[in-house]
Design a protein around this ligand. Structure first.
Ligand code: AMP
Length: 215
């Protein structure tokens, strides 16, 4: 089963994508995580991407498309995959379609902007393994250390700083929201209203997947 998670930055797509990945035993692929790895490794592509990411802008389509193209041919994708943060523009969605990638279900996690701003101010990430936490909603069991890899000291992402968050939300409304129409027209879009409790959003997400499987 091939699933896309849509939603504003900070809506909780990554968390839901990881939950579904564990449940269905298919990889969760985040272009944001892959780009941050490239930035940390200071590759040519990473250095180019950083300029856009630090401003809250989208990295050019050709760069992210080349990353996703290499990733989707890996053997672990053969039984299905989850895309978290890709596509983010209509040309990226058209790329998937043109290359024959069949998408079964698109889940849009819907959260109002005010809530997003509140959530992103509390988000922390591990610079070593990329795991994501929230000081209130999803704290690390080890305080400000990562409880997934046990090595990293959690930090605020550059692009989670308030002025960048506003610019990312604007980018989302202008460039990513049109994807909802793109997939709604294909009849594969389902909306999950993001709940106060992560577990409640997870239950709603699993319900959507169960209904799809039974349909
Ligand atoms: P994320 O972790 O998904 O919120 O992504 C962090 C940043 O990486 C975004 O604000 C963009 O600058 C960049 N990015 C991630 N995925 C994409 C994409 N599909 N297209 C363009 N830029 C992306």
């Amino acid at each position: 089963m091939n699933i896309i998670f849509l939603g504003a930055p900070g809506a909780g797509k990554g968390t839901q994508a990881d939950n579904v990945s564990t449940e269905l035993n298919i990889p969760s692929i985040s272009t944001g995580v892959m780009l941050r790895e490239a930035v940390a490794d200071k590759t040519v592509m990473g250095l180019k991407a950083k300029e856009y990411m630090d401003k809250g802008a989208l990295v050019p389509d050709d760069v992210v498309i080349s990353i996703i193209k290499e990733r989707l041919v890996k053997p672990d994708c053969k039984n299905g995959f989850i895309l978290d943060g890709f596509p983010r523009t209509v040309p990226q969605a058209e790329y998937l379609e043109k290359s024959g990638v069949v998408i079964d279900l698109v889940i849009d996690i819907d959260v109002p902007d005010e809530k997003i701003i509140e959530r992103m101010s509390g988000r922390r990430v591990c610079p070593d393994c990329g795991a994501s936490y929230h000081v209130v909603y999803k704290p690390s069991k080890k305080g400000d250390m990562c409880d997934k890899c046990g090595k990293g000291k959690l930090i605020v992402r550059n692009d989670d700083k308030p002025e960048v968050v506003l610019s990312r939300l604007q980018t989302y409304h202008e460039q990513t929201k049109p994807l909802k129409d793109f997939y709604a027209k294909k009849g594969i879009l389902k909306t999950v209203i993001g709940q106060e409790e992560v577990a409640d959003t997870t239950n709603l997400t699993f319900e959507v997947i169960k209904n799809f499987k039974n349909s």
